[in-house]
Design a protein around this ligand. Structure first.
Ligand SMILES: C[S@@+](CC[C@H](N)C(=O)[O-])C[C@H]1O[C@@H](n2cnc3c(N)ncnc32)[C@H](O)[C@@H]1O
Length: 354
């Protein structure tokens, strides 16, 4: 073997060792051609710690797993890209359709929302602002309030979340002037802080999505957006199955615009929003099959028409569509992936299942 052949083989195995470490630590799967990206993201850490190779870095971390080095490496390898009201429709559907529906379903219970992988806080704060906007137009409906649990793997981004302070660059990404004025206090140095009434709904917690979600309790709505793209198909399925367990029957799940269920049609019903898609957690005690027309959101008249309206469903092999009577951004079609039982689901309020 030539000298250059030998060194490229050594470099590849060095990269593989690091890839295995990263996947084990947080589920992130590195593509084969990501070596340059890894090296550029870790260059400063390697230099600061006088470490020459990725394999040596992994060894150093494994020798002392509690050292801050581990967290720094994982932080460097995660992508924290986020925006206010990202993609807009999840927050519109949440405010205009989901909240009115949940207030009817659980009139005296506090609603609970999970922002899983919340990055620097734009997602949970957007949820809290959308909740405030709902309350302003529907006085008294959200009687028992709403709690948002926002989690991320990274303590660094969670620290930013907790301050609730952002600079003009961050605020320029998706936040309207009207929302800036209404929901932020201006600080010195072109920085703004989220107002206490928006902050107080949110509890920030460190959570690696590989860990158990049992301590989080049950949720009415889960936002797990723009994080599954970094994981293997098996890990995605594992996360989505365990999120299903945290959702109350008939609870709602939002994924990122480029993410899909990859199977699990037995756990979630896909619902078309216009634009976008959300998922409704299947559970027999809330959704009772019905062939009668209902005006409640999520219910419908039966239609066995095969949908061609969704381009990115991998969950539904032959989805059926049904008209819905929702008054908001949710589409007049929902998509059920249960081919043999197309139909209609009628939400049955069950306020005691919390
Ligand atoms: C691209 S951001 C998405 C932020 C937000 N959900 C959104 O849609 O704008 C991805 C976030 O996932 C977090 N993350 C990556 N792997 C994770 C894991 N195994 N457990 C929890 N969070 C993780 C990263 O720290 C990062 O903040």
């Amino acid at each position: 073997m030539t000298q250059s052949g030998l060194s490229s083989k050594v470099a590849l195995s060095d990269f593989d060792i690091f890839s295995q470490f990263l996947e084990k630590a947080c589920g992130i799967v590195l593509g084969k051609n990501k070596e340059y990206l890894v090296k550029s993201r870790l260059r400063k850490i390697l230099n600061d710690n006088k470490i020459d190779t990725l394999a040596e870095l992994v060894k150093t971390i494994e020798r002392n797993p509690r050292d801050v080095l581990r967290g720094k490496v994982i932080d460097a390898m995660t992508t924290n890209e986020t925006l206010w009201f990202r993609d807009n429709y999840p927050f519109e559907v949440f405010k205009n359709t989901i909240l009115p529906e949940l207030c009817k379903r659980y009139p005296n219970q506090r609603l609970r929302v999970w922002s899983a992988a919340c990055s620097s806080g734009q997602e949970p704060y957007s949820i809290s602002m959308a909740t405030d906007e709902f309350e302003r137009t529907s006085l008294g409906q959200l009687k028992a309030g709403l709690q948002i649990i926002a989690t991320d793997l990274s303590n660094k981004v969670l620290a930013e979340c907790r301050t609730g302070e952002y600079d003009s660059l961050a605020l320029g990404r998706g936040l309207s002037d009207e929302r800036l004025k209404r929901y932020f206090n201006e600080l010195q140095g072109k920085r703004w802080e989220v107002k206490p009434e928006i902050k107080k709904r949110i509890e920030f917690k460190e959570l690696n999505l590989q860990e158990s979600y049992a301590s989080l309790g049950k949720f009415d709505v889960v936002f797990c957006r723009n994080v599954l793209i970094y994981f293997s198909a098996d890990f995605k399925r594992d996360i989505l199955s365990r999120i299903h367990k945290t959702l109350k029957p008939g609870g709602y799940l939002f994924l990122g615009a480029s993410e899909a269920l990859n199977g699990l049609a037995d756990l979630y019903e896909m619902v078309q929003c216009r634009p976008g898609i959300m998922y409704v957690s299947k559970g027999e005690d809330v959704f009772a099959r019905s062939s009668t027309k209902s005006s409640t959101f999520g219910s419908s008249t039966a239609s066995a028409k095969t949908s061609s309206t969704t381009s990115r469903s991998t969950a539904a092999t032959s989805p059926t569509t049904r008209p819905s009577t929702s008054r908001s951004g949710v589409s007049s079609k929902t998509t059920s992936s249960t081919k043999s039982q197309p139909s209609t689901f009628k939400p049955k309020p069950k306020p005691t299942d919390r």
